[in-house]
Every structure is written in C-alpha cells, then in structure tokens.
Design a binder for this molecule. Structure first.
Ligand code: PLP
Length: 404
C-alpha cells in the first residue's frame, strides 16, 4: 500500500532533512554537556546552544538571545509562564484572564491556579474564534496579574488581534503571556510589535524535533503607562540552575540545535511558504465545496493560519470518515483530546454537537504537494458521499423512499 498522504501538520510535522543534518553531529561527535566548563566538549555544546538561542530569538524579533529559555516543549513553556508568573506575583487571590479556546496546557494550568485560590476569567470567542477586545479590557481588575491569550488556534487556525491585545495589556500594566506554538514560523511574529511579555514556542510544529521548545521572557522594561512590571518567574523545575535558574536540567543539545535550525529555515521561507499554503488551502476548500453540498468552514476567513482548514460535513460522522479514509492522515481536532470528548474549541465557536462530530481538521504543510491536495479532494468527497448515503439510508427507508 502507498504511504498515506499526511495532512495533519497541526498535530506535528516531520523533521526537515536540513534540520536533521544540523542535529546529527551533536549525538555522536559533539556530545558534550553544555554545563561542562572544564573542557572542549562542553565548550562546543555551549557554543551550539548559544547559536541556536540567537536563531530562536531572531525568529520572533526578540532584542536579545538572553530572553530565550529552553524547555521540553510548548506544554512546559505554558506551564512555566502561567504558574511561574503567578507564583512570583500572585499570592492567593490574584486574577488571571484567559480564553475558552486555549490549548489544554493553558486551560489546565489556569485551573490549577484556581484550585490554589486564584480567580480565573475565561473569555468567550465569536463565531470566527476571536475574543472581544472590549470584553478583555473590561475583565481587567485591580488584582489582575496575567493575561494568557494564544496567537493562533490549533484546531481552527484563528489568529487573534495580537497587537491590540498587547496595547490593552500595556495600558493596564498587566503581563501578557501568549501561546504562539502554532504561529511561530507561519505568520509574521515580532514580540516587540506584539508588546508581549512571555511567548511559548515548540519545535515539532515547525519541522523541528519533538521534546524541545522555549519560552521567551521579556527582559527590557516595556513602554506604556502604567509601566508593565518586569517579568519574573519562579522556576517550576529546580536543580542545577541551568537557563539562569529558570529551568534546570541538562540541556538537550541535538534538540536545541535542531530547533534553532528549524527557526532559521522558517524565517527565511515564511513568506513563500505562506503564499503556497494559502493557495493550496483555497484549492482544497473550493474543491470540497464544489463537489459537496452542505460543507461549512470554521475559523476566521482571513486571520487564519496558512495551511489550516477546519471543515464540517453536515450529516456525516467525522470519525467514520477518518476510518474510511485510511490513506489520508487527518484528524477530528487536537491530537491530545481527540476521541474522548467534544472539541471545546468547536463548541466555543457555536457549533452544535452533531456539527462538532462532523468536523475534520486538515493541516497542510511544507511537504504538501498540489497533487496531494487534488487527491485529498477526490478521496474526501467520495467518502463523504458514501457516508451520507449510508446515514440517509434508514431515514429515507423509514420515510418510504426506495434506496438502491
Ligand atoms: C502543540 C501545541 C502545544 C503543545 O506543545 P508541545 O510541544 O506538544 O508540548 C501548545 N499549544 C498549542 C497551540 C499547540 O498547538
């Protein structure tokens, strides 16, 4: 059997061969511990870490490489940002604002603070998946210590009004953390323009290896009145004091080198890649809409991640479709929650339970070809038709209509 077509790039991406090439020597030849300061093996590793730190910083417009703290991935970065700020500033009772469509690692971290006595406001979203900026501003109270709102959603691709959120946070002197795991390397991101204080990244969503990520921690004071407090974090993993004491543990050198290279490639190729993905995505959406009645698309029509298409095939079961489409790798939604419960994101944008169950997420990526897009249109359209005929069968039969 042919290899299935991979269209689940929002769940994870393959490692780019150029990234792998950069990593390989750091498993064998240059295997040193970056914290070993007494010999060349350690120096070589430390040098590689600092180069990668610069590459990650450059990808998000950070003014200094020192603002990048390496972690094990997006989940850890989100936990570190939210719990770390809170532990430093919060005391019991501090108020946190987030949004209902956040990744589970943000929602669960906020729930943890709530269990420790914090008040948490979870902002709703409109049908396109965006928060209302007036509601955000209205939710800020005297004891608000943190806003955590993501850059781009991992199920429907909606990009929030990032610079406006930064303006509001600055105006009220509140720290803003942004989960930008899906946005880095896919849309133009600049931490200065965004006015963000903390920003989470992960390598495996941008053609780097799994198990490595970073947290951007703003070091300079931000303009704006009243002044936003300097960002200070309480470490959540303690030990040898690595990463300036913010995150202990021997550094994952091959992972960090690969992450740096992945950021460098993304930065160089983001505009060309975005244009191609947008075109392929449009072809996929138009192809499906031409072939099928009653297909709906979720998320914002323009402020959306290139390559992300969430489609609702009314009257179908998404999981049956996926089972029937063994030759296409797609998903019903987030990899971490699929199968167990109805998507909290699709519910939040107003889909009925039957519509949520009829929704599939397509994630096009760097290695998606035009031919694959065309084949997926054919395969999905045929499978949806088959599924609808089957679903309609008993209904039509009971209404006395003859079906085949
Ligand atoms: C994948 C993802 C994460 C988690 O990142 P990991 O590196 O897999 O832990 C967090 N937030 C968003 C939006 C994601 O898509």
């Amino acid at each position: 059997m042919n290899r299935p077509i991979y269209m689940d790039n929002l769940a994870t991406t393959p490692v780019d061969p150029r990234v792998l090439d950069a990593m390989l020597p750091y498993f064998t030849e240059h295997f040193g511990n970056a914290a070993s300061s007494t010999h060349g093996f350690g120096w070589k590793a430390a040098e590689a870490v600092e180069e990668a730190r610069g590459q990650v910083a450059a990808a998000i417009g950070a003014s200094s490489a020192d603002e990048i703290v390496f972690t094990s991935g997006g989940t850890e970065s989100n936990n570190l940002a939210i719990k770390g700020v809170y532990d430093h500033l919060g005391a019991a009772g501090g108020h946190v604002i987030t949004c209902v469509t956040e990744h589970k690692s943000v929602l669960d971290s906020c729930a943890r603070l709530e269990s420790r006595g914090s008040r948490v406001t979870r902002l709703p979203v409109d049908r396109a998946g965006r928060i209302n900026l007036e509601s955000l501003e209205g939710a800020i109270a005297a004891d608000t210590v943190l806003i955590s709102v993501m850059a781009a959603n991992n199920e429907i691709g909606t990009v929030q009004a990032l610079e406006r959120i930064g303006e509001i946070a600055a105006r009220h002197g509140v720290i803003w953390h942004c989960d930008a795991v899906q946005a880095v390397g896919k849309i133009d991101l600049d931490v200065g323009k965004m006015g963000v204080d903390l920003l989470s990244l992960s390598a495996h969503k941008i053609y780097g290896p799994k198990g490595i990520g970073a947290l951007y921690v703003r070091r300079k004071r931000r303009r704006g009145a009243p002044a936003v407090p300097r960002v200070r974090l309480v470490a959540q993993i303690e030990g040898g004091g690595h990463e300036r004491g913010i995150r202990s543990g021997t550094l994952n050198i091959p992972g960090i080198v690969g992450f740096g290279r992945a950021c460098e490639i993304a930065r160089a190729e983001v505009s060309a890649e975005r244009a191609r993905l947008q075109q392929q995505c449009r072809r996929l959406a138009e192809g499906l809409a031409d072939r099928l009645p009653e297909v709906g698309f979720n998320g914002h029509s323009s402020a959306r991640l290139p390559g992300c298409l969430s489609a609702t095939f009314t009257g179908c079961s998404g999981s049956d479709l996926i089972t029937g489409l063994r030759d296409v790798a797609i998903s019903t939604g987030a990899a971490c929650s699929s199968g167990t419960e109805l998507s909290h994101v699709l519910t939040a944008v107003g889909l009925r339970p039957d519509q949520v169950a009829a929704t599939i997420r397509f994630g096009l990526g760097r290695f998606t070809s035009d031919d694959e897009v065309a084949r997926v249109v054919e395969r999905v359209a045929a499978e949806v038709e088959r599924n609808r005929r089957r679903q309609a069968g008993p209904l039509l039969a009971s209404a006395g209509t003859q079906v085949n």
